[in-house]
Design a protein around this ligand. Structure first.
Ligand SMILES: [Zn+2]
Length: 369
């Protein structure tokens, strides 16, 4: 079974907005209630692992008696709040995440509901969800008929827009394609990537860079305003809108780039590195570009897999920058400031281009294994 998510903007009526707000609130309420109970038990029993494990997870049903208004909203949304929290605990005990935290009004406004007995429908530009009348939806792309809807996540942005992310599943397996054309990509500090074939930087469009600058300035102004004041609130909305614009432009760019590559090539080779670790070790701080690379590789993966093609990740310790792509000699040291790769064999090439070629060759080698 392969999964794919489709995200569309939805336009609830005022009446529907009220119920959505209630649902967001109830999900948060139930989540916090369960967390409080679990936390109390955890504090009490943390020295007795066996007893702690036996503790049953609280269910939303038990709160419905006491808090009648919980019955007004989609019960699947509440059930998913429980699953979310359980997942949070599993990740915590597995050492993959911090202890789950309480949600407040500033937390992401969203809830997830599941397809049960045809309770979710898409009809003629409308989305039908449990407890809600059909909601207008801008469906800019078709969901293939062999995809079945699994769940829907409804969310509200800080600027007041509503979206639905529809998760679908598909039984049909795509036939693996013969991998004839292969490209290597090197993550680029100044753009998105440099490819092994042309050695050109896939650079963000100028309007995107300008929007980023505008956002930074707007954030600076916000930080100088008095928190909670009218002027602060006005600026906060401005920042949120710019954030949204920048995110949309970036996604658009990442989709276009990944689409072009996955049409042209059968396999794409990248380095398997953890951007979070990398930005820490190299002191980039919180860069927007880093997050984009992770998202970009996700896009590449599903766009390739949908066509029976392949994303190849090579070992993060592979010395892609230090190796000469002509004679294979590995340099002992290469500083970040050296933008041109020069080898004792006489080979000279742009640093990132040389790395992209090495990444491609390493990918080809792992394919043959
Ligand atoms: Zn060389």
């Amino acid at each position: 079974m392969t999964h794919k998510a489709y995200k569309f903007r939805i336009y609830p009526t005022e009446e529907q907005e009220i119920l959505l707000a209630k649902t967001f609130g109830c999900v948060r309420f139930v989540y916090n209630k369960m967390l409080a109970e679990k936390k109390e038990a955890y504090e009490r029993l943390k020295d007795n692992k066996a007893l702690l494990k036996q503790q049953k997870f609280p269910t939303p049903a038990k709160y419905k008696e006491e808090f009648e208004w919980l019955k007004e909203v989609d019960s699947l949304a509440l059930a998913n709040a429980q699953l979310n929290l359980q997942e949070g605990y599993r990740n915590f005990f597995g050492g993959r995440a911090k202890y789950p935290r309480f949600k407040n009004r500033k937390s992401r406004q969203s809830y997830t509901t599941n397809m049960v007995n045809g309770n979710i429908k898409l009809v003629d530009g409308y989305l039908k969800l449990p407890k809600l009348k059909p909601m207008k939806m801008k469906q800019h792309r078709e969901i293939p008929s062999h995809h079945t809807i699994k769940s829907c996540t409804i969310s509200k942005t800080t600027t007041g827009k509503y979206y639905v992310s529809i998760l679908t599943g598909c039984e049909q397996k795509t036939k693996p394609k013969e991998l004839k054309s292969v490209v290597g990509l090197d993550f680029s500090m100044s753009g998105l990537f440099v490819d092994s074939e042309k050695g050109e930087i896939a650079n963000y469009p100028r309007y995107y860079r300008q929007a980023l600058e505008k956002l930074a300035k707007a954030q600076q102004i916000l930080s100088r305003r008095k928190k909670g004041s009218n002027r602060w609130e006005k600026q906060r909305l401005k920042v949120a809108k710019l954030h949204e614009k920048v995110a949309n432009q970036r996604n658009d760019f990442l989709h276009k780039q990944s689409h072009a590559l996955t049409q042209q090539y059968d396999a794409i080779v990248i380095e398997d590195f953890d951007m979070k670790g990398m930005s820490k070790s190299l002191n980039f701080g919180k860069s927007v570009m880093d997050a984009a690379w992770g998202r970009f590789t996700k896009f590449l993966k599903y766009k390739l897999e949908n066509q029976g093609k392949k994303l190849i990740k090579i070992d993060k310790w592979f010395p892609s920058s230090k190796t000469c792509s002509r004679c294979r000699l590995v340099k002992k040291a290469l500083s970040l400031s050296e933008r041109t790769f020069q080898c004792a064999c006489g080979f000279v090439l742009d640093r990132d281009w040389n790395a992209a070629i090495n990444i491609k060759m390493e990918g080809l080698r792992t394919l043959e294994e």
